[in-house]
Design a protein around this ligand. Structure first.
Ligand code: AMP
Ligand code: MG
Length: 407
């Protein structure tokens, strides 16, 4: 790892990352509309049908010829009930002047009728219905194509589908869709001291928290984890784990731990052996031992083992790659709020700092800036702010932008 003064800046690391991402087109796949929620459409979808495809009643009531009841205000009109039209079971007859058809919402309006009078506005007596106010032509009748016209674009390529998009796509009879594939992400979690997630820590061993956290982040960002599990700190084990993930056609590899220059930090050399690691050592706090590289077409992210550093380095770099390859916006999926900084924050010039923030009213209260091993600083926080590289001090009272972790 490079020395402090030669660490790569966040903006240079992002430029490298973006140039790598620009060079690859997201993969696409065909899926069922039933599995399409939250996926990103790879191709625009056009409708081949009108929705509705027939003149549809928007009310429960009576389908009539509006001309028959035009004078009904001065003298009530009695119409003979000629039949009934239900959704999916239309009336087969021909409506004549002086007749009405009892109709339900969603049912086809008989060809000769041009309006539907709501049930509340009439009086039914046996086989006849009394109308005492006129109804304009077209009233309560949905025209074919009112929702979607044949040829309309129903959803545009690049759209991240919401539940209502899925419903609309289903409504036009779409059964299969081309969507952006979820990027395949391999997790290589290194550390002899680690116990599998969900194990109670004992003695000098700790439970893996980065694995589950990274899996959740990858899922949040639209990726899919193809490999996880713990890897001991030996060159052979780390080499095997990385090769295994590459053979599993990983698009992205996240290596947690062993990223620095300590005695058991083998990952940087092995990544260089399998590909390249042009960026190692980034001017961030926490997270300085992070690195960015690649092996073949797979992007490799070296994430520090300390959990806060791991989270920050993921969010700064790896998450951007996952989201971009997933066809999503590259930006953080975090909202921001403005708040007034409660106490002064200082940082070294050239370094980007990650300050965990609690919000109280409109005050931004720093919880921690250092302390990269204290993961609870991120759970007690409502969000975080960045002290940018070119800022050495954010004074108390300054208005700052806080990124909110939560939903
Ligand atoms: P390393 O980056 O491997 O030097 O690890 C730095 C610190 O983070 C050490 O205290 C490790 O025990 C801890 N650490 C490494 N990996 C994990 C992990 N997966 N979950 C929680 N802590 C970790
Ligand atoms: Mg380690």
């Amino acid at each position: 790892m490079k020395h402090q003064h030669s660490k790569t800046s966040v903006s240079d690391a992002l430029s490298f990352l973006d140039s790598q991402l620009a060079a690859r087109k997201p993969d696409t796949e065909e899926i069922s509309v039933l599995a399409a929620n939250d996926r990103v459409l790879a191709e625009s979808v056009f409708s081949e049908v009108n929705i509705p495809s027939f003149r549809r009643s928007m009310m429960d009531g009576f389908a009539v010829c509006s001309a028959d009841v035009a004078e009904s205000q001065s003298a009530a009109v009695i119409l003979a009930i000629a039949g009934e039209s239900f959704p999916g079971r239309e009336w087969q007859g021909t409506l004549r002047s002086g007749q009405a058809v009892r109709i339900m919402t969603g049912a086809p309006v008989p060809e000769q009728a041009d309006a539907v009078i709501p049930i509340e506005l009439v009086t039914v007596q046996g086989c006849s219905v009394t109308v005492s106010q006129p109804i304009p032509p077209g009233k309560n009748v949905a025209r074919p194509g009112e929702d979607i016209d044949e040829g309309d674009i129903v959803a545009v390529a690049g759209r991240r589908l919401r539940p209502q998009d899925v419903g609309l796509l289903a409504s036009i009879g779409c059964s299969r869709l081309n969507v952006v594939s979820r990027p395949r992400v391999g997790l290589v979690i290194t550390g002899n001291e680690l116990l599998p997630a969900g194990t109670r820590p004992t003695g000098h061993r700790i439970a893996d928290s980065n694995g589950p956290m990274l899996a959740a982040l990858v899922e949040r960002d639209g990726g899919t984890v193809i490999r996880d599990g713990l890897t001991p700190d030996t060159p052979a084990a780390i080499r095997d784990a990385l090769s295994d993930a590459l053979q599993g056609r990983a698009d992205i590899l996240l290596v947690s731990g062993g990223s620095s220059a300590g005695d058991e930090d083998y990952a940087p050399d092995i990544i260089q052996e399998l590909g390249e690691l042009p960026i190692h050592g980034i001017a961030i706090r926490p997270g300085a031992p992070a690195g960015l590289g690649r092996a073949g077409r797979c992007l490799v992210f070296l994430l520090p083992g300390n959990p806060v550093a791991c989270l920050f380095a993921y969010d700064l770099f790896a998450g951007r790659a996952v989201r971009t390859l997933a066809g999503r916006q590259s930006q953080w999926p975090y909202r921001t709020v403005s708040a007034v900084l409660e106490s002064t924050l200082r940082s070294a010039r050239g370094r980007t700092d990650y300050a965990r923030i609690r919000l109280a009213e409109s005050q931004a209260i720093p919880i921690a800036v250092s302390g990269s091993s204290v993961l609870s600083s991120t759970t007690k926080a409502d969000g975080f702010l960045l002290i940018p590289a070119d800022v050495e001090e954010l004074p108390a009272g300054a208005v700052v932008q806080v990124w909110l972790y939560g939903n």
